[in-house]
Design a protein. Structure first.
Length: 198
């Protein structure tokens, strides 16, 4: 392999295409990236040495990562919609609504109203967002709703293990059941950050 592909501009370009085509089937995505890498390598080999100006001009002629990804998705039969980066503030609000549902549930009396509202509004915002692929939204939704099943199961295990279910065991069950939703929020945050940096 030529020494042109390790060029930082080329790596950033391929990474941006990779990120924007994550909704393509894996094999098609690998094929697209391999074709792009080969084309870049051959083109830059003809213009050796490949300085930054040459690399930048060649990448500009290829088109933007967004345009390449849209073309690949359209070729795939319309494909899933292309994720688009959103502002950090909007992302933070969505993720805060999702993750705050647990602490709000612990607020006496009002928490049983505030927690579901926070979760529902967060989920609606998540599904209206264009920055996460549908599979990410589905996976996150399942993890965010998992406490409905995991909290009673954990409470039952704690009840059997401790021969009763006191307030401490209930709080422990709720806390343990919130691990999967926190994992979902962390994954969504990382995905959004990668998309913004691509």
């Amino acid at each position: 392999m030529n020494d042109t592909l390790p060029h930082p501009l080329v790596r950033a370009f391929l990474s941006a295409v990779d990120e924007r085509t994550r909704t393509l089937p894996e094999e098609r995505r690998r094929e697209l990236l391999a074709d792009l890498a080969e084309h870049i390598e051959v083109t830059l080999a003809e213009r050796h040495p490949a300085d930054e100006t040459t690399v930048r001009a060649m990448l500009d002629r290829l088109g933007s990562p967004q345009a390449i990804a849209e073309a690949a998705l359209a070729e795939e039969g319309g494909g899933p919609r292309l994720p688009e980066a959103q502002g950090a503030a909007r992302t933070a609000v969505t993720l805060a609504l999702l993750v705050l549902a647990f602490p709000l549930a612990l607020v006496p009396i009002a928490g049983w109203v505030l927690a579901p509202i926070s979760l529902v509004v967060g989920l609606v915002t998540l599904w209206k967002s264009t920055q996460w692929a549908r599979r990410e939204q589905r996976s996150a939704t399942l993890l965010l709703l998992s406490p409905v099943i995991t909290a009673p199961v954990i409470a039952g295990v704690l009840m059997v293990a401790t021969s009763g279910l006191g307030p401490t065991a209930v709080i422990a069950a709720l806390a343990l059941s919130w691990i999967l939703p926190v994992v979902a929020v962390v994954r969504l945050a990382r995905s959004a950050a990668r998309l913004r940096s691509a």
